[in-house]
Design a protein around this ligand. Structure first.
Ligand code: CDP
Ligand code: MG
Length: 734
């Protein structure tokens, strides 16, 4: 019989998520057999013709623009670029010839929409042009928002480099849990969530002369809210310049929302890209990616390669597979540098993708769709596009959040292909059929999903937007979502019955975390366990990547993981991991020996330090419960009482929505199945799983949320213990 640990770990999760994908993979038969991942001499794949990915060129060439006509102006090679000074590189960007026109347009219009191909220089150059033109005189700041943390950091560091200043001085960035700015900072890159937080302390953004909402086409709920707020501020601050920058998508809609603001178009510079499709659908796109990379590496002319995958786990797996096969091929092939890029990757690792490729070698960057428009990597000639992206969707009615891998849109696919044609004519290999592209992909990505995230909505509401219902959204979220969001804040005690922020609500808003987490931290004051709860909050924030489970050491890794189990639930296991790490002196070696991801731990420590630093401001004393887990579990309950599930036949039922859910096989409570649970999050992979669960006593619910729960709801339907659930079948777990 399989134990949960054998099924769990990084690999287990990944398998589940991929199963979900397989069923969506453009109608492809699920050919993957259990044994398929077993190692064999894979490198033969690149040598044996019949096992190669069969691409067809459908003779579709993405039209290049300007550059195609100006073939005489060849792309700068990496080496040449390095020789040139930064200033020359700046002058070579497509935006440069339009510098004066652009500045004049900004001078003339308060709100301007700027459209330009990715890599044309919008993000790095426009703020500098403004600075060079006096927009920061009198200590005023230029703010530029990015939907992604990675982009904010990497772009700020690039601009600091171009201006020869130290990052954090004149140029800085601000992202959740990390503020790299100072008194001197005048160019500030930040995530849109951080700008939203600034509204709390500065509702008119008085210290800014210009706000640039960049990557506007990404359309997160944050950006949507920013649009509404900025539109409002611009009315009573005629001196504030607003720039909405976007790739060549959707710009008419922005213009329309901002009362017909003019659109400034930066003509692109792009080389033609040949597009190849597979003849038949690929059942295993990860495998297909790996094979395609090697195929390109062996058969194609020099030039770097960019692979689009959907998330961290997939990317890590792909990099591992690539490295493994390169190791085996040894000197038979030229050097292949395999570099991952995704949101949680530490910044030193992120920076590596921008390093020039050494002569004779080839670089392959394995990225999430962050590389679609947010990041520009020079030297990419080949793009591999499996055609998927991960979408977070939230069902307001059931409170179910799912991360679903879905086919990306045609617009996305074309953006991805475009990445191959920046420095020279390129090739894009699509791991799907031309038919699928035409008939199975949506034209553009829908925005609906992002707008139904209640946690986010709450977060925003706490950021001081009182009248959410009448807010000027570009695409209003469903009314039901808004009502649920407000109801949830009311239940948490953050809003009063008039919908106004309470004292508790204001304190909750001080913390840069979701409202429930915020409430949990504030409750720890009452239960005298803030020390422990801060740690748990930090560990929960680093997102499921604590335990390391390499394929070749599965048994050791699972044993190591088992050693951390303590009674009560996963939150306490996380606390235990952190505490032991702390006792080891935050040792790297300790992490290594215990199959713990050092990077995740380092991040948890950073987050914890940040949160602890904020405790003063919200007047919470940091005290320990001295080993007593009861107060800790009560504090968790006080924040997450919305997430209660009760054992019922065949699984659990959420108390509020009567939704059937299951304990995740990775959980320390998978076997135990206690009667009452609080879960941190619900994820839908093969089933509705609860991730990070903790055992509670139903009586606590009345204690922490008397206005929300009626004692009748919490009566146990039977006094007998439920029959223990049978171990899960293979089918259920993948
Ligand atoms: O915002 P947009 O996509 O229009 O372009 P950008 O991000 O300003 O990038 C302009 C150029 O800056 C790119 O072609 C890259 O060569 C360079 N860049 C870089 O080297 N490192 C970064 N982190 C960002 C940009
Ligand atoms: Mg940009």
């Amino acid at each position: 019989e399989e134990t949960p640990m054998e099924l769990g770990g990084e690999q287990g999760r990944w398998e589940e998520e991929r199963l979900k994908t397989a069923s969506l993979s453009f109608g492809a038969k699920r050919e993957r057999e259990q044994g398929m991942r077993q190692e064999q001499d894979r490198y033969q794949l690149i040598l044996e013709e019949d096992e190669m990915i069969d691409f067809v060129s459908t003779a579709i060439t993405m039209k290049g623009t300007r550059a195609e006509k100006e073939q005489e102006a060849p792309a700068l090679s990496q080496a040449e670029q390095n020789k040139q000074s930064m200033q020359e590189v700046r002058r070579s960007l497509p935006i440069f010839p339009y510098r004066e026109d652009l500045l004049a347009a900004i001078q003339e219009h308060q709100i301007l929409v700027i459209e330009g191909e990715t890599g044309s220089g919008k993000t790095t150059q426009i703020p500098q042009y403004l600075l060079e033109n006096g927009y920061t005189e009198g200590g005023m700041k230029i703010g530029c928002t990015q939907p992604r943390r990675v982009a904010a950091m990497s772009v700020a560091s690039r601009v600091a480099q171009e201006m020869s200043v130290k990052l954090g001085n004149e140029v800085g960035y601000s992202i959740r849990f990390e503020d790299c700015t100072s008194e001197r900072t005048v160019l500030k890159y930040m995530t849109d969530g951080m700008l939203l937080r600034e509204f709390l302390t500065e509702p008119d953004l008085a210290s800014y002369s210009v706000i640039i909402i960049d990557e506007a086409h990404e359309r997160t709920l944050h950006t949507d809210i920013l649009f509404g707020l900025i539109k409002d501020i611009a009315r009573f601050r005629p001196d504030l310049k607003v720039l909405v920058a976007s790739a060549t998508l959707d710009t008419e809609r922005f213009s329309c929302f901002f009362d017909e603001a003019p659109v400034f178009r930066i003509p692109g510079r792009r080389f033609p890209v040949d597009i190849f499709y597979t003849k038949a659908p690929e059942a295993d796109y990860l495998e297909a990616c790996v094979v395609s990379v090697l195929q390109i590496h062996v058969t194609q002319a020099p030039g770097d390669c960019l692979v689009f995958l959907t998330g961290q786990e997939e990317i890590e797996a792909c990099c591992e597979m690539l490295q493994e096969r390169c190791r085996r091929l040894g000197s038979k092939i030229a050097e292949l540098l395999v570099l991952p890029i995704y949101a949680n990757l530490p910044s030193d690792m992120q920076a590596k993708i921008f390093n020039p490729t050494p002569p004779g070698a080839r670089k392959v960057v394995v990225a999430t769709n962050i590389a679609e428009t947010s990041l520009t990597i020079d030297g990419i000639i080949y793009v591999i596009d499996p055609g998927f992206c991960k979408q977070k969707s939230y069902n307001a009615r059931t409170g179910m959040e799912s991360l679903i891998v879905t086919p990306c849109s045609r617009a996305s696919a074309n953006q991805r292909a475009g990445r191959a044609g920046r420095v020279a004519a390129g090739k894009c290999f699509r791991l799907y059929t031309a038919w699928a592209f035409k008939h199975e992909m949506e034209e553009t990505t829908s925005l609906g999903e992002a707008n139904t995230d209640i946690q986010l909505m709450d977060h925003i509401c706490l950021a001081g937007i009182n009248d959410l219902i009448h807010f000027d959204f570009m695409d209003p979220p469903p009314h039901e979502t808004l009502v649920l969001a407000l109801e949830q804040l009311y239940a948490l005690g953050a809003l009063n019955h008039l919908g106004e922020l309470t004292k508790l609500g204001r304190r909750m808003a001080e913390l840069p975390v979701d409202p429930m987490l915020s409430k949990m931290i504030l409750a720890s004051e009452q239960y005298k366990c803030s020390e422990e709860v801060l740690t748990i909050a930090a560990m929960l924030s680093v997102n499921n990547s604590i335990f390391y489970r390499p394929k070749d050491k599965v048994v050791h890794a699972d044993n190591a993981r088992m050693n951390f189990v303590v009674p009560g639930g996963d939150h306490l296991v996380l606390l235990n991991v952190y505490t032991q790490w702390l006792e080891s002196g935050y040792s790297t070696q300790w992490c290594y020996e215990n199959f713990i991801q050092f990077r995740s731990m380092r991040r948890a420590r950073d987050v914890r330090d940040q949160l602890e630093g904020l405790m003063d401001r919200i007047e919470v004393e940091v005290v320990s419960s001295q080993g007593d887990s009861l107060p800790i579990r009560k504090a968790v309950t006080a924040g997450y009482f919305y997430h209660t599930a009760r054992l019922s036949k065949g699984g659990y039922k959420t108390v509020k929505h009567q939704q059937t859910v299951y304990v995740h096989p990775n959980s320390s409570l998978f076997e135990e199945q206690p009667r009452w649970l609080i879960y941190h999050e619900l994820v839908f992979t093969t089933k509705e799983f609860m991730r990070q669960v903790i055992e509670i006593d139903s009586g606590w619910l009345l204690e922490v949320a008397p206005h929300y729960y009626k004692s009748k709801e919490l009566e146990d339907s039977s006094s007998k213990k439920m029959p223990r659930k049978q171990g899960k079948t293979k089918e259920e777990l993948g």
